[in-house]
Design a protein around this ligand. Structure first.
Ligand code: HSE
Length: 298
């Protein structure tokens, strides 16, 4: 018995929600095949797309699979094939897609003994291998879909948030690599109270806006005064992309996860495509290679 799955890319932080908010992209992701075997254990049998380790203990998909496998002790083993489309270090949840995919697929083949929060818990073990810290803001949307909020990492508590019907994401992925560990290391350990107040007002407002499909309030809330001022220095032409995106009608624009990808939200696919054209213009004038995407949030 085997299952073929699409393991989606995700955007963590969503401007104001550092380490807690995330959303799931509908069109970008990895493919994985998970196969039940008589021979016990976890084996990665195929990796295409990027050069990643085959040893389960050194591969994020393998580590999350092993964590779940050791806890459940099933009467079978699993083979994992990974067809990677999401470039590692791109800021759209590449490691999370792998870590989430293996546990999701195994759970399906075992008849769904675990709920989605438990799957996220085991996937966090794989994610930790890649980013050296256990955070679930990419994993939760990859496993639950749509928008999610990680209320608490320990004990793990995840809230599912609604997605307004006309909301579309545009992404630009400059082809430079930023390691999550490095872009966390440059962040200040303390923040001024005035910034904290602005940030939690925006998180609360964004959550309210998602519940009420209030696009104007989404626009007002999509600001990051805590993290962006530091991290944007790692991303070439960030300010120009942001200006171009907002002029083209985006509701907001911010760093996707730890970068270098940048995301924008727009109210309609047409606006999201206009935004895509505007940001392509910015990067076309540079010698940095890049890719752009428009995706429904799902
Ligand atoms: N919330 C994490 C960060 C996501 O921004 O460092 C990393 O993918």
């Amino acid at each position: 018995k085997e299952i073929k799955i699409f393991s989606p890319a995700t955007v963590a932080n969503v401007a104001c929600g550092f380490d807690v908010l995330g959303f799931c992209l509908d069109t970008i992701g990895d493919e994985m095949v998970i196969r039940k075997t008589e021979q016990k254990g976890i084996k990665i049998t195929k990796i295409e797309g990027y050069d990643l380790p085959f040893e389960a203990e050194k591969n994020v998909a393998g580590v999350s699979a092993l964590a779940m496998y050791d806890a459940l002790q099933p009467d079978c083993g699993f083979e994992i094939e990974i067809y990677k489309n999401i470039k590692p270090g791109s800021g759209i949840g590449s490691s999370s897609a792998s870590a989430a995919g293996s546990v999701f697929g195994m759970n399906e083949l075992l008849g769904r003994p675990l709920d989605k929060t438990k799957l996220t818990y085991y996937a966090m073990k794989g994610e930790a291998l890649a980013s050296q810290c256990e955070h679930a803001d990419n994993l939760a949307p990859a496993i639950f879909g749509g928008f999610t909020l990680v209320k608490s990492a320990s004990p793990l508590q995840i809230l599912e948030l609604p997605t307004p019907p006309d909301l579309f994401a545009t992404l630009i992925h400059p082809q430079i690599e930023i390691k999550t560990s490095e872009s966390r290391a440059i962040l200040p350990k303390e923040i001024p109270l005035s910034n904290a107040i602005a940030q939690w007002a925006n998180v609360g407002s964004l959550v309210h806006a998602l519940h009420t499909s209030d696009y104007d309030l989404i626009k007002d809330a999509l600001h990051d005064v805590v993290i962006e001022p530091y991290r944007k220095q790692l991303i070439p032409h960030f300010d120009e992309v942001k200006t171009a995106a907002l002029q083209a009608g985006a509701l907001g624009c911010a760093i996707s996860g730890s970068g270098p990808s940048i995301f924008m939200l727009s109210k309609s696919k047409v606006i999201a495509q206009n935004v895509e054209n505007a940001i392509r213009d910015v990067y076309s004038k540079t010698n940095i290679k890049f890719e752009t995407y428009v995706s429904k949030i799902n």
